[in-house]
Each structure stands twice: as C-alpha cells, then as structure tokens.
Design a protein around this ligand. Sequence first.
Ligand SMILES: Cc1cc2nc3c(=O)[nH]c(=O)nc-3n(C[C@H](O)[C@H](O)[C@H](O)COP(=O)(O)O)c2cc1C
Length: 163
Amino acid sequence: MFSRRRSIRKYMGKKVEDVKIKNILFAGMCAPSAGGNRPWIFHLVKNTEKLDMLSKAHPYASMVKSAPVCIVVSYDTQKIRYKDWFVQDLSACTENILLAIENEGLGGVWLGCYPRMERVEGIRRVLDIKERYIPFSMIPFGYKAESKEEYEKFDKEVVHYVE
Ligand SMILES: Cc1cc2nc3c(=O)[nH]c(=O)nc-3n(C[C@H](O)[C@H](O)[C@H](O)COP(=O)(O)O)c2cc1C
C-alpha cells in the first residue's frame, strides 16, 4: 500500500461512498500525536461551489475543483498543549489520510497550506473557519481518473547501517 500511494490529481465524477469517507477520517484520527494531544479538526467539503472557491484559494490546487470530496485538515490553536510539535502531529494525520484513501481504492493529493498564511487565510474565508483553527493541508480525493506507475522508492544510498 505504501509504494502504491501516488499523488492523484484527476478524479472521476463518481460519488465517494460515505462509509469510505468515514474510514478515511477515522484513519486521520488514528495518527500518533505528541503527548496524545490530537490537535486536529476536519472540514469535509462536497459542495461544488465551495470546491471551486477552494481551488482558487491556493496557487497549486486547481484539481480541487473537479474532486468530489476535499478534506481540510486544520489544527486547533486552543487545544495545543505541545505547541512545538503541531506540524509533526498534523503531518502524521495527513499521511494517514492519504494511505487510507489508497487503501479504499481511491486517489488523492496532499496540498500544503500552513505555513503559507495567504493560503491559510484564503481557505478560512471560503469555509468561514474560526480564527482558532489553522488550515494545515487540503486533501482532494475521489475515484482515480489517472493511473500512475509504482516506482522503485527504496534508495540504498540514503540508509546508513550503523554497527
Ligand atoms: C508538504 C507537501 C505539500 C504539497 N503541496 C502540493 C501542492 O500544493 N500541489 C500539488 O499538486 N501537490 C502537492 N504535494 C504533493 C507532491 O508534489 C508529491 O507528493 C510529490 O511530487 C511526490 O509524488 P508522489 O506523491 O506521487 O509520490 C505536496 C506534498 C507535500 C508533502
């Protein structure tokens, strides 16, 4: 599953079943977080007008417009007990979501939002997200309308075996 995951930016119009969406959100909530703080919240977007607006709130997000679903992963500034670690927490959450998308037979892509504050503010405006929440990543996904080859990712040059 890990090597099959690729960034998929083209989607079929087919509806994504609610049970799959729930499994994908659940995977995000299963991510490890510093001190078990779990500082994430999710906005689930299916509304075509909002998807269109989200695609314009980020310079490299044109595929959001044609996705049937997009999850915006944000962090809750009032929930952060371990502030130094929120980027790692939200990254683990985002990657769990991407792997769950692949596992459900779907495809998606990680779109970085935080720390580009113009993206954060644009997304906040579109979804009317409160100040306390900071959009960290957007993940548009759906049934794949492009196929990408698995390629050899194991790079022995980056491993130092310590004896
Ligand atoms: C932090 C982060 C930000 C990214 N932002 C974007 C983005 O704004 N637009 C996009 O199309 N892909 C984005 N990507 C996806 C990468 O381009 C992609 O993972 C990379 O090219 C490797 O391809 P693969 O995911 O198919 O292995 C982002 C990935 C990460 C981890």
